[in-house]
Design a protein around this ligand. Structure first.
Ligand SMILES: Nc1ncnc2c1ncn2[C@@H]1O[C@H](COP(=O)(O)OP(=O)(O)OP(=O)(O)O)[C@@H](O)[C@H]1O
Ligand SMILES: O=P(O)(O)OC[C@H]1O[C@](O)(CO)[C@@H](O)[C@@H]1O
Ligand SMILES: [Mg+2]
Length: 346
């Protein structure tokens, strides 16, 4: 067993459901299995840079399993913008040494994995966990936060359906997903939605209009269109333009003008990231947290704990931080939507 006397812990990037469940699991297991003291850094890597931390004990993580957000606070380190990566790494390591850290567990998205990799390459023992509602971290099939976000989006679609039906309207529902359409696809299947637009499949407005007109011609009173915030028209994709929210904001008028059907837009945004985690996210975040501590105890570091083929596996940080995991064109959820008759905008 590897000796870890002092373990650092932080959450970085955007928040999501399940962060507190993971913090609880890491803290309890680090104390029980490793006999370690746990130091929680505030607001992500900024806390590490400034040595801004507090000791986490059993009492600090009692009752937080189902709590939304993160008790440590999180951040994107904007205060440090402009500083060279080498400099940030050097200063972070100085703080880690000053505080006597033997290892660090970082909960975050792709950016968090990248900085963790830089810290690991500079000599710090680091293990990370994949968190993000976007579900787009490489090396893992699932990230905690995703299940909760899809649950909320699906519930919203159900509510939009009844009001859309009453008023014979087209309802656009914008969900988060800058680079990847995982939330839109899953909520589109579970909602269900009749049109699903994701960043990976540039859309043509005419194709969406045709799908809505075909539904109206079949006597359907309403339609649901789920749009990922990073969805792009074919013209924008060809010109290399990506602008968050552009698709939903434009389509609401374009669709109403072209179909003559009243069209309304609902942007779910941060609602998808807030509140209590689902049971699935509680289980996943807890298991990942326990596995991070087990790996550190066994002397394994420089990895993210991922899930592949249903098993927890250590994923090299070089892979986890190598960019967004977008939806492959042949993914079974895309096929499922097409076979159910949904339009994907192409
Ligand atoms: N390219 C990078 N190289 C090194 N460190 C980075 C990089 N990008 C981000 N970071 C560090 O990781 C932190 C979190 O990154 P970021 O803000 O991109 O969120 P994230 O972890 O990707 O989560 P989210 O899923 O919300 O985007 C940043 O504050 C910064 O310190
Ligand atoms: O405004 P913030 O907190 O930077 O986060 C926005 C982004 O974070 C994400 O939710 C991922 O956590 C993206 O889908 C979204 O674009
Ligand atoms: Mg990111």
């Amino acid at each position: 067993m590897h000796t870890i006397r002092t373990l650092g812990l932080l959450t970085a990037g955007g928040d999501c459901q399940g962060l507190n469940a993971a913090l609880r699991a890491v803290t309890l297991a680090a104390q029980r299995d490793l006999g370690a003291t746990v130091l929680g850094f505030h607001d992500g890597y900024v806390g590490l840079l400034r040595g801004d931390c507090r000791r986490l004990d059993r009492d600090d993580v009692a009752g937080i399993l189902a709590q939304g957000g993160t008790i440590l606070g999180t951040g994107r380190g904007r205060a440090e913008q402009g500083a060279a990566l080498d400099d940030l790494v050097r200063r972070s390591l100085q703080q880690a040494t000053a505080l006597g850290l033997d290892a660090l567990v970082c909960l975050g998205g792709d950016g968090t994995q990248r900085f963790a990799r830089a810290l690991a390459e500079a000599g710090l023992r680091v293990v990370t966990l994949p968190k993000t509602i976007d579900n787009d971290i490489r090396g893992t099939e699932v990230c905690f936060g995703f299940d909760s976000a899809v649950y909320i989006a699906t519930e919203a679609i159900e509510r939009l359906r009844t009001t859309a039906h009453s008023h014979s309207r087209v309802m656009l529902c914008e969900v988060m997903g800058r680079d990847a359409g995982w939330i839109a696809l899953a909520a589109g299947l579970a909602g269900p939605a009749h049109v699903v637009l994701i960043p990976e499949i540039p859309y043509r407005t005419e194709a969406v209009v045709a799908a809505l007109q075909a539904r109206a011609a079949r006597g359907r009173r309403y339609s649901i269109v789920v749009v990922a915030e990073g969805a792009r028209s074919a013209a924008d994709a060809a010109a290399g333009r990506t602008q968050k929210h552009a698709a939903a904001l434009r389509l609401v008028d374009e669709l109403q003008d072209a179909t003559g059907i009243e069209t309304r837009l609902t942007t779910l945004g941060y609602v998808l990231r807030g509140g209590a985690p689902t049971v699935g996210d509680r289980l996943l975040a807890t298991e990942l947290g326990l596995e991070a501590v087990r790996l550190l105890g066994a002397g394994v570091h420089g990895v993210m704990v991922g899930q592949q083929h249903g098993r927890l596996v250590p994923v090299p940080l070089a892979e986890a931080g190598s960019g967004a995991r977008t939806v492959p064109p042949e993914h079974r959820w895309i096929d499922a939507l097409r076979r159910l008759g949904a339009c994907l905008g192409d």
